[in-house]
Design a protein around this ligand. Structure first.
Ligand SMILES: Cc1cc2nc3c(=O)[nH]c(=O)nc-3n(C[C@H](O)[C@H](O)[C@H](O)COP(=O)(O)OP(=O)(O)OC[C@H]3O[C@@H](n4cnc5c(N)ncnc54)[C@H](O)[C@@H]3O)c2cc1C
Length: 452
């Protein structure tokens, strides 16, 4: 056995990277092992490529508004190969950024597979099959998650998951998206804005079932305006390849529905990557929803931690990072940082975006809290009007004068939720919010009515 580390991390996504940087900064010896690309799902198959694509489709879609500002553009068209180059370039920048963080921090890195063989030993195997065992005081599992595919579906060149669709080199004329989750809705937005015929199939009564109904209603109207056919309460029955693409059979409110398209995208959820044999041998407790952890992100086996998607729950990059910070603090003997899932903001990067933090009105009421709901609309904000942002609103939820949650639908909702996440996580009251001075004129003035 060679070399002794304070910490070995398996998985170089947002969770693994954050833990590596923080623990190394405390003068500990850290090794991080990644089998694919630095930055993980987020950089290579998730947050980054999708947002690069959505920025292109939004620019294109927004061209249609310019006429109202006296700007006439004739011949606008889409060059999908250039869009793909933008996607690839942004992914490259993000991956290099991840590597730079590790190098600058002085983290030791290895490219290959990590396997935990005991609570103090990790086997590293490189691409040639050569392996080495390292000993360590602590281990963080940051394996991430993978797309969940319905068992009866066979993937092909035309039947793709979110991983596969990001490798598409030609823009399809039509697509069926199965699953109205945030991933499905974001891809539906992207394709529809570029003029692709989109059918979106969702089993439940509502797309984005975890979001506030009122925000989803507004988004839904906008998606329909873009020509997306949304089929809710629709159960997929079969998905078959044809000579020209795919044919989807589904049952919608008891009636048969047949949809033909060039390709199908499956967005039927993600599941934690559970190397079950390894976990079983180590006696680490898990369910199919993820590895079980305590408030310090430690598994039931002392000195083995798990962070990010592998622990289930909200599968978001900044959640993985926050969990990693807590685990890193615990490893370094600093237990000052707490983790609270309620303070994790979430964003659907559709157009308009939906963002929220803390409790939604329905959740607060279900918890028996007496709530005051304060709403503020984009139509009353002068920057939203000047920039032709369209409809949107902020809904703030107060309980006993304290901000306990907020939901936003509209342009830049992802940016607007950020100060509210700070307010909610610090339990700010209306009185405290009143000292918040907001520059004029800004979209952020949408918060003024919330200050009472
Ligand atoms: C299409 C899509 C869009 C998304 N958009 C957003 C978004 O806008 N915002 C957001 O917050 N989240 C988004 N997400 C979710 C986000 O990508 C994940 O929540 C985040 O990447 C989880 O981070 P992680 O560190 O837990 O795992 P990951 O990022 O999945 O990283 C895990 C890493 O572990 C490596 N690994 C696994 N097993 C081993 C092993 N045995 N040895 C070595 N390495 C191993 C994997 O190769 C991988 O690189 C999106 C996801 C998808 C699929």
């Amino acid at each position: 056995m060679s070399e002794k580390y304070d910490l070995i991390i398996i998985g170089g996504g947002p969770g693994g990277l954050a833990a590596a940087e923080l623990v190394t900064a405390k003068k500990k010896r850290v090794l991080i092992i990644e089998k694919d690309g630095w930055g993980g799902t987020c950089t290579h198959h998730g947050c980054i490529p999708t947002k690069a694509l959505l920025s292109c489709s939004k620019y294109y879609a927004d061209l249609k508004k310019l006429k109202r500002l006296g700007i006439n553009i004739t011949d606008a068209s889409v060059d999908f190969s250039t869009i793909k180059k933008h996607q690839q370039q942004i992914v490259k920048v993000s991956a290099l950024g991840a590597q730079k963080i590790l190098t600058d921090a002085g983290v030791e890195t290895k490219q290959g597979t990590g396997e935990i063989i005991s609570s103090s030993e990790v086997r590293f195997t490189d691409s040639s099959g050569k392996n080495e065992i390292f000993s360590t005081q602590n281990i963080i599992i940051a394996w991430g998650s993978v797309p969940q595919v319905l068992p009866e579906i066979n993937l092909s060149d035309h039947v793709l998951t979110s991983d596969g669709i990001l490798n598409l080199n030609l823009l399809p004329a039509s697509i069926v998206i199965v699953g109205g989750s945030f991933i499905g809705v974001e891809f539906a937005t992207f394709f529809a804005e570029l003029g692709v015929k989109v059918n979106l199939v969702e089993l439940l009564e509502q797309i984005l079932p975890n979001e506030d109904q009122e925000t989803v209603d507004l988004l839904r109207q906008e998606l329909i305006r873009w020509g997306i056919n949304i089929h809710t309460s629709t159960k997929l029955e079969s998905l078959k390849n044809t000579d020209s693409g795919v044919v989807v059979q589904a049952k919608k409110n008891g009636e048969q529905l047949e949809l033909n398209a060039e390709c199908a995208l499956l967005c039927t959820g993600r599941k934690p990557l559970l190397h079950s044999k390894e976990l079983d041998e180590l006696g680490i407790e898990y369910t199919k929803a993820g590895i079980k952890i305590d408030e310090n992100m430690m598994t039931n086996v002392a000195s083995i931690y798990a962070v990010g998607d592998v622990t289930g729950g909200m599968m978001l990059a900044h959640r993985a990072t926050q969990q990693a910070k807590v685990a890193a603090g615990h490893i370094c003997g600093d237990g000052t940082l707490n983790y609270n899932e309620k303070f994790i903001p979430s964003v659907v990067y559709s157009h308009p975006q939906i963002a929220r933090v803390g409790l939604m009105q329905k959740q607060a009421e279900a918890e028996g809290l007496s709530v005051e709901v304060v709403k503020s609309s984009y139509s009353a904000n002068i920057i939203a009007r000047a920039e032709l942002m369209g409809q949107g609103f902020v809904k703030a939820i107060f309980h006993q004068d304290k901000l306990i949650g907020a939901t936003i639908v509209g342009d830049h909702a992802a940016e607007l939720i950020t100060p509210l996440a700070l307010a909610v996580s610090n339990g700010l009251t209306k009185k405290q919010l009143r000292s918040w001075v907001i520059p004029h004129p800004t979209l952020s003035e949408i918060f003024v009515p919330l200050l009472g």
